[in-house]
Ligand binder design. Structure first.
Ligand SMILES: *[C@@H]1O[C@H](CO)[C@@H](O)[C@H](O)[C@H]1NC(C)=O
Ligand SMILES: *[C@@H]1O[C@H](CO)[C@@H](O)[C@H](O)[C@H]1NC(C)=O
Ligand SMILES: *[C@@H]1O[C@H](CO)[C@@H](O)[C@H](O)[C@H]1NC(C)=O
Ligand SMILES: *[C@@H]1O[C@H](CO)[C@@H](O)[C@H](O)[C@H]1NC(C)=O
Ligand SMILES: *[C@@H]1O[C@H](CO)[C@@H](O)[C@H](O)[C@H]1NC(C)=O
Ligand SMILES: *[C@@H]1O[C@H](CO)[C@@H](O)[C@H](O)[C@H]1NC(C)=O
Length: 561
């Protein structure tokens, strides 16, 4: 008996050791550093991510001065500086219908040791489509005299809308202490739709914690906005707002009380929008002297379905596994949502509360991401099972983006006024770059072998694919998550908000020989604002790499095709 027990144990151990370790989520620390604090990040081509920072004393140099713009190469994990004219600190931005990235607004201030800087609060910076995989010859274009916003905007938000242009919302004019005391209470567009900004009652009502309003282009062309603890639907064409219920329980979700928000995946045939808002803080005061780096954040997530029945029902409340200030919500290709970054207590902004940690108003970083499954029953949607710890705090001025490869690029953090590093600094300027790699990065994946460069709306396309034999459980008709074809805007990340991020599921079938995929594009630019998109094929939760396409005509905005 004894001998038998011993040998059974030996067999079990050797089997366990011999078995390949099951693929799980992994953080991968890159050797090269970002050189600037990646406080804004946006994927601008299949291989390049554009980073912007404050113009200050970053280590990365260009033309004999510290850089504040850079391109991160996803193939080589290396950085290349960009020469930027105006201060891009706390700007917004998005890709336009013609593939150009427009960065808008920013910091009015100059930095003593860096003579190359111009004020950025009225800036428009253009990064034209870059065909070079390494970014060779690609740069930022600026002409501050002739190309600028109507109003000064620091901490604005922007998103691409149904005609491929940008709506630009809110912000402040100049420096204000902690919260918004010099507000830009207006909306404008790029390219301009009129010669004066549109006043916004919503922005007025949501003062003073309304910086970086969380805004989404809805599938009927209107724009949903949430700021402070209030929400509206803004009709761009009628210039009218419809007031929706407040976020429940006194929870506030915009800077400097940053929660995050996301438009959940849109599915055919009805594309009914639902918005999820997570984190922030339950507070009645915004006086920084009454606030602490130890003030607990909220774990509350609030979700609303934006059809008449859903609006009548109002917000449904659920909870993350932990409280988070400055979390970020990012789509996975299969329709789940990654919840990452942020801390358990405190606030955004720099050295303003009664007891900052160094200069950080926030403390107790959350290092383990969670996943939110929109289709799961209430109370069972959030899990961090199998999720690793990043080991690196990502508090104020960090960013995260899904890449066309299907993993997440996570970088940044700087709750300081310039570059502050050293062994005694608890929350330094963070230049380390990580990817968070989903389990499907380590197994054989489906491939989209080829796509047309441009896809017209409401059309059927057939493209070649390869499906590994390991993904045997094939479904012919794709409808919901986990077996799906998703059309995604990877969005623009800053200040705990991923603007323009979008996932639209497409009706799709795979041929019986598994060699081709036929799908129908979204009906119009209201469902997916015309512009660059990435298509991911997911089978059994294993996602392909993304195919980079132009959804629509590729015309300059405004365009309805
Ligand atoms: C950088 O500085 C060096 C030394 O001061 C000078 O020789 C060089 O021309 C400068 N380069 C540029 C691009 O300004
Ligand atoms: C904002 O609201 C206040 C109080 O209701 C009002 O007095 C003020 O005129 C409004 N400001 C703007 C710019 O609409
Ligand atoms: C939203 O904030 C306002 C002003 O601070 C407060 O009066 C109101 O009760 C809050 N709403 C909810 C639902 O908590
Ligand atoms: C950081 O800059 C802000 C204004 O830009 C200033 O009010 C604050 O005192 C500075 N904080 C530190 C720690 O230098
Ligand atoms: C895919 O992931 C979801 C969410 O974690 C899970 O419920 C589902 O069972 C998975 N499907 C497969 C085929 O593994
Ligand atoms: C895209 O449109 C914008 C706004 O009209 C324009 O400034 C930019 O040059 C255009 N880019 C291309 C590649 O046509």
């Amino acid at each position: 008996m004894r001998l038998f027990g011993f040998s059974l144990l030996a067999v079990l151990v050797s089997t366990a050791c011999a078995a390949p370790s099951a693929p799980g989520w992994r953080f991968d620390l890159k050797e090269e550093r970002s050189g600037i604090v990646a406080l804004e990040s946006i994927v601008v081509s299949p291989t390049l991510v554009l980073f912007f920072d404050r113009a200050s004393d970053d280590p990365l140099q260009i033309n004999n001065h510290s850089a504040w713009g850079a391109l991160w190469n996803l193939e080589t994990s290396t950085v290349r500086p960009l020469d930027v004219l105006t201060n891009s600190f706390c700007a917004s931005g998005a890709l336009l219908s013609n593939g150009t990235m427009a960065s808008v607004g920013g910091d009015p201030n100059l930095f003593p040791g860096n003579p190359a800087i111009h004020p950025g609060n009225q800036a428009i910076r253009l990064f034209e489509p870059c065909a070079s995989p390494t970014g060779d010859g690609c740069t930022v274009f600026e002409d501050p005299e002739n190309l600028h916003l109507l109003e000064k905007r620091w901490y604005p938000s922007s998103t691409r809308i149904f005609d491929g242009s940008l709506i630009i919302v809110g912000g402040m004019h100049e420096d204000t202490p902690f919260y918004n005391t010099d507000p830009a209470l207006s909306i404008e567009f790029f390219p301009q739709k009129e010669s004066t900004p549109r006043p916004s009652d919503f922005l007025n009502r949501t003062l003073p914690a309304n910086l970086f309003p969380r805004i989404f282009a809805l599938p009927d062309g209107k724009v949903f906005m949430v700021a402070n603890n209030q929400s509206i639907i803004y009709d761009v064409e009628e210039n009218a707002e419809r007031i929706l219920p407040d976020i429940p329980n006194n929870v506030r979700v915009t800077n400097p009380i940053d929660g995050s928000a996301i438009l959940l995946p849109l599915s055919p045939p009805d594309f009914i929008p639902e918005v999820l808002v997570c984190g922030g803080t339950q507070t009645d005061t915004i006086d920084p002297l009454l606030l602490s780096s130890q003030t607990p954040a909220t774990s509350q997530c609030s979700r609303i379905r934006l059809d008449e029945a859903g609006i009548a029902r109002g917000w449904e409340v659920e909870h993350m596994l932990e409280p988070r200030i400055m979390p970020e919500l990012v789509h996975l290709p299969n329709g789940q949502v990654l919840i990452t970054n942020g801390g358990r207590s405190g606030f955004a902004a720099i050295a303003s509360v009664s007891d900052p940690i160094g200069n950080s108003n926030a403390d107790h970083p959350v290092l383990v991401p969670s996943l939110y499954t929109p289709d799961a029953p209430l109370g069972l949607r959030i899990s961090n099972e199998g999720m690793p710890s990043s080991g690196i705090s990502r508090l104020y001025h960090s960013s995260v983006t899904l890449t066309p490869q299907g993993n997440f690029l996570i970088a940044g953090q700087n709750p300081n006024n310039h570059t502050v590093v050293g062994p005694d600094v608890v929350f330094p300027s963070e230049f380390r770059v990580q990817t968070l790699d989903p389990p499907f990065m380590f197994v054989e994946r489906p491939k989209i072998l080829n796509t047309p460069e441009k896809l017209a709306f409401n059309k059927k396309f057939t493209v070649p694919v390869s499906i590994p034999n390991t993904l045997a459980r094939l479904v012919q008709k794709f409808k919901v998550s986990f077996e799906c074809l998703s059309l995604m805007d990877l969005g623009f990340s800053t200040h705990a908000f991923h603007s323009s991020a979008r996932l639209v599921f497409m009706e799709a079938t795979i041929s019986p020989d598994r060699k081709s995929l036929t799908f129908i594009t979204p009906p119009n630019g209201r469902v997916y604002p015309p512009g660059p998109a990435t298509i991911f094929l997911t089978i059994d939760n294993v996602s392909s790499e993304g195919a980079w396409v132009m959804m629509g005509s590729g015309n300059s905005p405004p365009t309805l095709e």
